[in-house]
Ligand binder design. Structure first.
Ligand code: ADP
Length: 485
């Protein structure tokens, strides 16, 4: 089984959010099951890659006019040359093909982290993205033709192209319209980012041989108008055909591993007796590093947040809930996030305000993408906040649990599927300031006066299985099924 994953992000090469984690780890898990998996990615400038590991392997030429079978022009570009380089995913033999073209593919992955709104900046960002990813999809389609026509050792046919999100959805349609033997599967990581009419999720949902999304609960939610919006009807149709399934994401447990993590101050020694010391050391390190108040040592709970500052992530309820909660409760809040500047400034205000009022800094806001600090927060916080409005899967809660940080999540999407209230985390239902404030108070109560319960939840989270083992098998079953259809 030969499968090409096509995506806009892939960790550790280029990462904005969870999509990168999945594309960087699922192909490795699949290759352990015997799948010949590889990845196709645009070669953005500033990509994290060592030049020694790069081999130039193909030149693909895109002629100015691309036509579908019925002769209608689907996209027009000047003649362009794309140089394809090959590298491998870290600690694996999984090939990654990087598509290089100065004009279309060097900026990116996105022009804005949250380009879903109607401002002129967001519209421009969408137009640029459309041109980038249409071009990328056409280049991959051409690359696939090249591979199949040459038929040399390394150049056998692919069985399946696994397209991730709208950035690769166009390929599903192209393969269908070319009557290609290659089957396509589209995975929806986030329906909020549906792309445009010319290149968007809709065409992928309609034409892919199978559609998946990243958790079973989200697969149900997107069938409703509330979550599925304009795509709910077509998703219902695919569901009725038996062509839609939710497969819960896993995480790369050898990368997100508290026993071997190079980026944290103190590693976990592996036996439950060490959990307290592991957390204490990393918590002290985190608080001191961020220059927060340490007068009361580790007695004050630390609430962390690591995520894109997009509306989805619930910061509009988090900030007011925190204001209410922190008036009466002593606690630290550490927010690491990049993205929406309006949300960012609101949080910054909050940080300054809290520090000034209390006379001791209790809130830290770090407005950037910082891989190392993310690890340090997962290791050093007591709780991880994910008050998401919607959450297709969410990986941060799984990472947090592995590092002994108790997730506080809203009962939605993949959070519903991965966190059990009172057992591996704390779950609240309503997307309101009131519900979030209540769960913050509950967390504080458990931390301060029911530490055995807190410890039990922490232990259960650390013992959980968040690997790809089960879900990679589910993907393999889907590949087998569509190849037999
Ligand atoms: P999403 O896919 O919506 O971005 P997930 O929870 O699935 O959310 O995945 C988020 C991933 O991105 C996690 O690996 C998280 O650690 C990482 N991440 C998000 N924001 C940052 C940031 N500012 N700095 C470092 N890592 C981040």
């Amino acid at each position: 089984m030969k499968v090409l994953h096509v995506a806009a992000e892939c960790a550790p090469i280029v990462k904005v959010g969870g999509l990168a984690d999945v594309v960087g780890s699922l192909p490795i898990a699949l290759s352990k099951l015997g799948v010949d998996a590889s990845v196709a990615l645009p070669y953005y400038k500033g990509i994290q890659i060592s030049k020694e590991r790069l081999i130039h392997c193909y030149t693909v030429t895109l002629l100015g006019k691309q036509k579908t079978n019925n002769n209608s022009t689907i996209q027009q570009f000047d003649n362009e040359v794309i140089e394809v380089y090959q590298t491998q995913l870290a600690d694996s033999k999984v090939p990654v093909y990087l598509f290089k073209n100065e004009k279309y593919l060097s900026d990116g992955p996105y022009s804005l982290v949250d380009a879903t709104g109607g401002t002129s900046e967001q519209k421009l960002a969408r137009a640029k993205e459309e041109a980038r990813f249409s071009f990328f999809n056409l280049a991959v389609a051409e690359f696939l033709k090249k591979k199949s026509s040459l038929q040399e050792d390394f150049l056998e046919l692919y069985d399946v192209v696994h397209c991730h999100d709208y950035h690769a959805a166009l390929l599903c349609r192209d393969l269908k319209s070319q009557k290609s033997n290659i089957k396509s599967i589209l995975t929806i990581h986030n329906l909020a980012n549906k792309g445009t009419k010319k290149i968007g999720l809709k065409m992928g949902i309609e034409t892919a041989d199978f559609v998946t999304t990243v958790s079973p609960q989200y697969a149900k939610e997107i069938l409703t108008p509330e979550f599925g919006k304009s795509l709910a009807v077509i998703l219902q149709q695919r569901n009725q055909e038996g062509k839609l399934k939710g497969v819960l994401n896993g995480i790369d447990t050898s990368y997100w591993d508290p026993l071997r993590d190079d980026l944290i101050d103190r590693r976990y020694r592996g036996d439950p007796g060490d959990q307290g010391d592991f957390k204490q050391a990393n918590k002290e390190f985190l608080i001191k590093q961020l220059e927060l108040d340490y007068t009361f040592g580790d007695k004050v709970p630390v609430f962390g947040f690591v995520g894109r500052l997009s509306k989805q992530k619930g910061l509009d309820i988090l900030v007011p809930a925190w204001r209410k909660f922190s008036k009466k409760h002593h606690a630290h809040l550490v927010i690491l996030g990049a993205g929406n500047p309006k949300l960012a400034s609101e949080i910054l205000d909050q940080e300054v305000e809290a520090s000034e009022l209390a006379g001791r800094p209790e809130v830290a806001f770090i407005d950037k993408f910082d891989e190392k600090l993310a690890h340090q927060i997962y290791a050093g916080a007591d709780f991880l906040l994910m008050p998401s409005k919607f959450e297709p899967c969410g990986l941060s809660q799984m990472i947090a649990m592995r590092y002994g940080t108790v997730p506080i999540v809203r009962d939605v999407g993949g959070l519903h599927d991965s966190v059990r209230d009172g057992q591996t985390g704390l779950v609240f239902k309503e997307y309101t300031v009131k519900s979030l404030t209540e769960v913050l108070m509950k967390a504080s109560r458990i931390f301060n006066s029911q530490f055995e319960i807190f410890n039990k939840i922490r232990e259960a989270g650390m013992a959980g299985d968040f690997s790809w083992d089960k879900s990679a098998k589910e993907y393999l079953e889907i590949y087998d099924k569509i190849c037999q259809d």
